[in-house]
Design a protein around this ligand. Structure first.
Ligand code: NAD
Length: 670
């Protein structure tokens, strides 16, 4: 008999790590599991990993667990402590079902469970939410202990999270964050991909991606909206209508799976290649892709037909993306918009599969012959870039989708460097932030604001959609010409959000908005909560935003003053959010593009209708967006100079240093 099943959900949360060993769990094969990680620890280091894992448990349990954990380490490359995976269903429950002494902590428990929900998480048993290695925790003991602490905490305590490990509850005060999260914060010289492999296997750090390790992932909806905005603006950029035109990309995973859906919302023909048959089937079953094709000749015929009939259709090609680019080149299938969303932030551990090797064989090679695997990946990257170059010579617009494609391709020696590089424009192709998201959205403060209705009621979500729409429509009337397009796109999105049936897991919504929009929407929610019209709301955002992330090839790739390799903005953001009223804050290494390549942070904020919540939201949201605008302004970005001047007019206490622009002719003549 399993010991934990006899007690209620609340009791299980409150007990944390059970006193008695729960029974061993079978390894369920119908679940999408993380690939076996590279063998990286020496025998001596394996002992250290075991010592580290066993410190969560009573000494009398060590003998049994030591053998079991060693087997996990040998079989999977990590100690996940599968035995301790709870028996209750992993999903966000209505907030009132959580045990605890403080509403803020209950909201955080809800968000943690949402990030591990089977419908949301990529590898739920390995506590990985998305991106192949984006973990909420490294093992189940950390999960159990964290939930226990949250169920005990009062609003005069703060839980300190060290890369998945709950260090403990520390005294603080009611305006302090309830949780402070760091993930993967390394001494800079120890921040290479193999350092992650090693220190994660030792159990002392983790890769939190962006929203996984900060409990703010809301399923692919978050990314569908951003991807739709990118595809729409991509077509605007090349002066074409999406109708009858072709978008080619790859990846049907955590975030990349949003591409075909976004293509359909935009109205184009989308071809998205994916090597993993399980993931492809999930997307087909979910209705996120319309058709699956496994043969390249068939694919060519179907795409030509779809273009001719101006169909809105998304087609998954089950196979390697390189084969698609090469075949379309041979057959002269014109690609209008091209990108890639394989997980190249994680190239050696399952993020990018080499061509001409069966999927399962590639997985074996990755674990058993890592050097050969690396060679094959690099060889494929060179082929991939070559095929893209053939297409762009014929007029395709290609952009890097922030997945480190150009960076890794360049490291592999592929032909992706610009012939006439300028600072910040070293590659042949722009990143989607350089040409699209940066100048059109981030510089004006528009970014992926989101909220979750903690009651779990769909009707609450519908009410919040209506409130947000009303606020935006009012704001649009008073908005300057410069941001009208953004306001229109977002009003259209929120009106259609319910039709798109994007809710997976918690009752969540994403909406791109600027500082003013975010503050006014949040204020209106807080008022509606106070009046009892809706329940508690959790606000947050993706780290992939105006201010939260310093990532030189992505979020800050359109910073051209040389400061894109600095991380002051992201650090300031998290510090500033934490003392202005965030309920939880997080700062990570590596989100999106990989360990060592980025510093990214975010927040969560609970609205309960109180005066305190009203005060906090104004103070924190204003800073959370305008910090980034101020920095983008200082980098001489035109849109940001406009936006910060507007912000200073709206808030006289804001005084930002504005750059003086130098006449180009003066420098040219020096
Ligand atoms: N969607 C966005 O707006 C966005 C923004 C910025 C960055 N990204 C980046 O996009 C990448 C993808 O994110 P994700 O969460 O979807 O990751 P993921 O690992 O869940 O999905 C990537 C998918 O690509 C597939 N794949 C790998 N190599 C392939 C190949 N050669 N051919 C075909 N398919 C292949 C994998 O099987 C996997 O399913 C990440 O690097 C992420 O940081 C996405």
């Amino acid at each position: 008999m399993e010991i934990t099943t006899a007690i209620s959900f609340k009791q299980q949360i409150k007990q944390g790590i059970p006193n008695e060993l729960p029974s061993v769990k079978i390894y369920e094969t119908d679940i999408n599991h993380a690939p076996k990680r590279k063998e990286i620890l020496t025998e001596e280091e394996k002992k250290l990993a075991l010592q580290n894992a066993l410190r969560y448990f009573k000494p009398e349990q060590h003998e049994v667990l030591a053998k079991e954990f060693l087997a996990e380490l040998n079989d999977y490359g990590r100690i996940y402590m599968y035995r301790f995976r709870p028996d209750y269903e992993m999903k966000a429950r209505p907030i009132k079902e959580y045990p605890g002494k403080c509403k803020q902590a209950k909201a955080i428990m809800l968000m943690i469970q949402n990030n591990l929900d089977y419908a949301v998480a990529q590898h739920p048993h390995e506590l990985i939410t998305y991106g192949g290695n984006g973990g909420v925790f490294s093992n189940w003991a950390q999960y159990l202990l964290t939930m226990k602490y949250l169920s005990e905490m009062t609003d005069k305590q703060t839980l300190v999270m060290y890369s998945g490990h709950p260090m403990g509850l520390f005294p603080s005060h009611k305006d302090a964050p309830r949780v402070v999260v760091t993930n993967g914060m390394m001494i800079p010289n120890y921040s290479q991909p193999d350092d992650w492999e090693k220190f994660n296997a030792l159990g002392v750090t983790q890769y939190g991606q962006m929203t996984a390790g900060s409990y703010m992932y809301i399923g692919p909806q978050g990314i569908v909206h951003g991807t739709t905005i990118t595809v729409l603006n991509g077509f605007r950029k090349i002066g074409k209508e999406p109708k009858g035109n072709l978008f080619v990309t790859s990846g049907l995973g955590g975030m990349s799976g949003a591409q075909p859906k976004a293509g359909n919302i935009a109205g184009c023909v989308t071809v998205c290649a994916e090597v993993n048959p399980k993931i492809t089937q999930v997307r087909l079953d979910q209705g996120w892709i319309d058709e699956k094709i496994t043969n390249l000749d068939e694919l060519v015929a179907r795409v030509n037909q779809a273009k001719e009939n101006k169909e809105t259709v998304s087609i998954a090609y089950l196979g390697n993306i390189v084969d698609v680019w090469e075949k379309f080149d041979q057959e002269n299938v014109h690609i209008d918009l091209g990108s890639d969303q394989t997980s190249l932030h994680n190239p050696w551990a399952g993020g990018y599969y080499p061509a001409d090797i069966a999927f399962e064989d590639a997985n074996e090679m990755m674990a058993n012959e890592p050097e050969l695997f690396k060679e094959k990946v690099q060889e494929t990257l060179r082929r991939h870039a070559k095929a893209i170059n053939q297409h762009t010579a014929k007029g395709t617009y290609f952009f890097d989708y922030g997945n480190a494609f150009l960076l890794e391709a360049s490291r592999a020696g592929a032909d992706v460097m610009s012939e006439n590089p300028t600072i910040g424009r070293e590659f042949k192709y722009p990143s989607y932030v350089q040409d699209i998201m940066g100048p059109m959205c981030f510089d004006y403060g528009f970014g992926p604001f989101r909220w979750v209705c903690a009651s779990g009621k769909p009707e609450d979500l519908a009410k919040t959609d209506a409130i947000a729409c009303k606020v935006l429509e009012k704001l649009k009337k008073e908005s300057p010409q410069e941001i009208q397009q953004q306001m229109d796109d977002n009003i259209q999105w929120i009106k259609g959000a319910q039709e798109n049936k994007l809710v997976v897991g918690s009752q969540a919504r994403i909406l791109y908005a600027d500082a003013e929009g975010r503050m006014k929407i949040a204020k209106a929610f807080n008022k509606a909560i106070k009046k009892g019209k809706i329940g508690t709301v959790v606000l947050g955002r993706d780290h992939h935003d105006v201010s939260g992330t310093d990532s030189p090839y992505r979020e800050t790739s359109n910073i051209y003053d040389g400061s894109r390799f600095t991380a002051d903005m992201a650090i300031h953001n998290v510090i500033g959010d934490s003392f202005r009223g965030a309920t939880w804050v997080s700062i990570h290494n590596g989100g999106g593009v990989g360990w060592g390549e980025v510093i990214n942070g975010g927040f969560g904020m609970v609205l309960d209708g109180s005066k305190d919540a009203g005060r906090r939201l104004e103070s924190m949201l204003f800073w959370d967006v305008n910090n980034g605008i101020a920095r983008r302004n200082w980098a001489r970005n035109e849109g940001a100079i406009f936006a910060i001047e507007r912000a200073m007019k709206s808030e006289p206490k804001l005084k930002v240093t504005v750059p003086n622009l130098v006449d180009d002719k003066l420098l040219a003549n020096l």
